[in-house]
Design a protein around this ligand. Sequence first.
Ligand SMILES: Cc1cc2nc3c(=O)[nH]c(=O)nc-3n(C[C@H](O)[C@H](O)[C@H](O)COP(=O)(O)O)c2cc1C
Length: 731
Amino acid sequence: MTISVWRYSHLALAVSSFLLLALASITGVILAFEPVSQKIQPYRAANFDELTLAQTLPVLKKNYAEISELSVDANQFVQIKGSDADGKSLTVYVDPQTGKILGTPARQSEFFQWVTALHRSLFLHEAGRFFVGLTAFLLLLITVSGTMLILQRQRGVKRFFTRIVRDNFAQYYHVVLGRLSLVPILIVALSGTYLSLARFELIKTEKISPDIDFDAIQSRPERKLADFTVFQNTRLSEVQSIEFPFSEDPEDYYTLKLSDREMAVNQITGDILSEVRYPTAVLLTTLSLNLHTGRTSAVWAIILAVAAGNILFFIYSGFAITWKRRGNRVKNKYSADDSRFIILVGSENGSTFRFAQAIHQQLIRQGEKSFLTELNNYTVFPKAEYLIALTATYGLGDAPTNARRFATLVEKHPQPHPVRYSVLGFGSHAYPDFCKFAFEVNQLLAGQKWAVPLVDVHTINDKSPDDFSLWAEAWSQQADILITASSEHLKTPEHPLEALTVTGITQTAQTDGTFLIRLQPKHNLNVTSGDLLAIYPQNDHRERLYSIGVLDNELQLSVRLHPDGLGSGFLHRLTSGDTIQARIIDNGHFHFPQKAPVVVMISNGTGIAPFLGMISQNNPRTPCHLYCGFRQRASLEIYQRFLDESKSDRKLTDLHVAFSREDKKQYVSDLIARDADFIMEVLNTNGVLMICGSLAMQKDVLELLGTTCQTKLGKSLSVYQSHGQILMDCY
Ligand SMILES: Cc1cc2nc3c(=O)[nH]c(=O)nc-3n(C[C@H](O)[C@H](O)[C@H](O)COP(=O)(O)O)c2cc1C
């Protein structure tokens, strides 16, 4: 079954039920507090679970002139109906051990009555109950389709609870909370559906009453209540209610309604006159009621409240995700038949459309006829001269849903004239198969007779405008039409900025121009080493990202000063006390792994920055090996003291440094090659490798690891990548 079938089912079910679901969830959250508020009343006997009827009934009989019924509610409060010595009728909670009156049962508060009625029937009687039942059933289907989507996203059952790659807030928490509340929501939906079916008698839940042979009733031997074997063997905790004999006539008997059966007991001899087990449907109804209402456990009631609250969040986040996707729908001014430029998009979550629109709008503004559509709409384009395919990659390097048919369509519809094509891949290095589908599209087009390559396939990591600008430059040169990356359409939604004060900056420019800058947030920020700091040097759309190391509650950046560098120049000009506005970007895939037995950090140049923070925060003393590369020995100087101290403090286990322009003129990859056995051992024992620095270094290291994994461990590197054992953040 394809991702789209589950996605559309999930969406269709959510759309058709969200109003009632929201109402049921809000009332559900409120109702969950009723059992909690009841459970704190002091009416439960201390050793309730151990008490038997043989211990309880004689005491109660002695204390009260007459008892007609004893009942035990979901809170395990024992209630009796009867009368006292003065003949005054009573309905009270009692201590089953002493018979002492503990309190009087209160009526359900009007507020909870009102909310319960709304939750059960929307004040619409049977019709309302039907819609509420239907909503519970739809919730069940939504939960199943949601689970299928998570399975597909996480690539299988085994990886269901592994790390989730963060795309945006709504999507990330939709999946994170979806996984956490899956079981409670499934239980709520199942039990709600079951209770509705039982309510409408689609499931038979009638109890069969005991059938008594009155002729066989004995009045000898007479026994005391405490000596009745059945009372000795029945605990109070199994009892729902006991009807007491109406008179002393042997034909009047005790009726015991227990959790799983009903019994009639001779009031003189203690013999069991009849015993009937409840049908499974009745037991399931009680179980469903307990699970759906949380009435038997305050902890479960709280879990239900949280789960119902999560449903409200899912409604919000689900619609936010859909809204974002729909916002990227295409509007064309020119037809496919008329257009000289054809822009084809493969996108699952819509962001690739933003880039496609940027190209499309710029072409239109320059008077060109451009047509933008999905890759799945590929057909013959009679006047096409240029084709640009922009596509994301999903799953195991798969096509997005709207690009699945592209390969078939390309074979089916050859273009009548030569068309110059260019492929732009959107992906993320957080995934093992970076931009794989874009490379497949490129390969496919390269095999077509009519297709003429214009520029090489380009890749864009994490929607980077800089990567896009490289492609735009190359394409513009070849096509002789200007496309820039600074278009309105590339603007991401505005984010709130944080004020950060400079507390220190190493002005002594090293030979390679590297300096450290420390920034203090005005208030406590949710930031972790490995997150990114986005700065806006000119207060415009131009954003520059730096990897953050958190040291002593401050953010430390390691920056290399580039001649005319927009970001590095801006930071280098700052002095202590200056304040800047910046944004923290959560980079969850590159945080220090909490559970790894050993971590190997590999960096070159300023890529060491997040590792400094991670080492500083390595309080559990996880074995940590740092391999770093610099040009000259002098480049290491600004880090040396910190690294030495961390080693003696055992926060850093080992330090290996390569200098590319001095000594042995080595690169960090040479150190990895030297220690290949150790690195393979780390991978083999579930250790984690973290790589930060230049893309060129990343490529060398990955190539090396790829071959070594294959030869030494007999496995492909992607196995370790997909298990989250290789974390990368290169630029
Ligand atoms: C569930 C999921 C799976 C992904 N799989 C890959 C992948 O295998 N390779 C890759 O390079 N990028 C992968 N990505 C990253 C996306 O391709 C990337 O974020 C892209 O810019 C999204 O474009 P879109 O918003 O147009 O769908 C994945 C993203 C998600 C959410």
